[in-house]
Design a binder for this molecule. Structure first.
Ligand SMILES: [Zn+2]
Ligand SMILES: [Zn+2]
Length: 291
């Protein structure tokens, strides 16, 4: 990644799909990998979620020689976790990796959840193979400091089994991540509206279109319409709709992109392979480095 300056806050999309990877001719332009977002704040390296997109992200980190990074999980549904066993940074003893979660009820741990996934007969390699990797917990609705020294704030989301949203503020720029989340809980909606206030960029779960949503109430996801409503309410400059339904093809996402850009100039549909740089109020959208 080209970090434009030490003041630049960047977001790279390694996976924008929800539920299950969706490779194929219908997803060539927006991508089929599940959720994985890389954030750079100066020299700090941070991942949000380890969906299937984390595999290529790890390869890029290895090429670049990244030595330390923090991974924040919004929650541990499979589409956000399935890339961890294929994320090579976590196996490399030269790379210090901290895995963080804040959605797990008391008594449970992230390590235990990852162990359940990485054990026979589900997976052949045990978590003991994750070298130089540690498991950390944070409290939802708190501001905490990552191993890299970067401060991150978290909020609660409305999702089956809980979830956490994040906000990173860096040198006057800010990114909020709100996925997976279903609108409609008044208390949480108010908390989230306050949490994202004034953000330059907001990743927002818009898995369902507004006319599809009534069939999926309670499934834990939201819509592009609600993304724009929240952005307008909270003064978010760039709402970026995310966690695309696996069956939503490129042409359908083009239509969403056109519609939201008319209603809210600056609104975008998350596209795998894009990097968005924020520097002191300027926005630059480019293509990520190869991996
Ligand atoms: Zn998901
Ligand atoms: Zn989920």
């Amino acid at each position: 990644m080209t970090v434009r300056s030490p003041e630049t806050l960047s977001l790279t999309i390694w996976g924008a799909r929800g539920s299950i990877p969706a490779p194929g001719p219908h997803t060539l332009r927006y991508g089929g990998e599940t959720t994985c977002l890389e954030i750079r704040a100066g020299s700090h390296v941070l991942l949000i979620d380890c969906g299937s997109g984390a595999r290529r992200c790890g390869a890029a980190f290895a090429q670049e020689g990244i030595e330390q990074l923090d991974v924040l999980f919004t929650h541990t549904h499979m589409d956000h976790l399935c890339g961890l066993p294929f994320f090579c940074s976590a196996y490399d003893p030269r790379v210090e990796v901290s895995l963080w979660a804040g959605h797990i009820p008391p008594g449970g741990t992230l390590e235990e959840i990852v162990e359940r996934m990485m054990s026979p007969p589900i997976f052949p390699v045990a978590t003991s193979a994750l070298r130089n990797t540690d498991f950390r917990a944070f409290k939802p609705r708190s501001t905490f400091t990552l191993n890299s020294g970067l401060e991150v704030s978290s909020t609660r989301l409305n999702h089956p089994g809980n979830g956490c949203g994040f906000r990173i503020d860096w040198c006057g720029s800010s990114i909020a991540i709100i996925t997976d989340h279903e609108h409609g809980d008044a208390v949480l909606d108010d908390e989230i509206a306050e949490f994202v206030t004034g953000a330059d960029l907001m990743i927002y779960d818009a898995m369902y279109l507004q006319d599809e949503y009534p069939r999926f109430v309670g499934w834990g996801h939201s819509t592009p319409t609600k993304a724009l409503e929240l952005a307008a309410r909270s003064g978010v400059a760039m709402p970026v709709v995310f966690h695309h339904d696996p069956s939503r093809g490129d042409d359908a996402l083009d239509t969403v992109a056109r519609e939201i850009a008319v209603q809210h100039p600056g609104a975008m549909v998350a596209k795998e392979g894009e990097t968005i740089h924020l520097t002191g109020g300027t926005v630059e959208v480019g293509t990520r480095r190869a991996a």
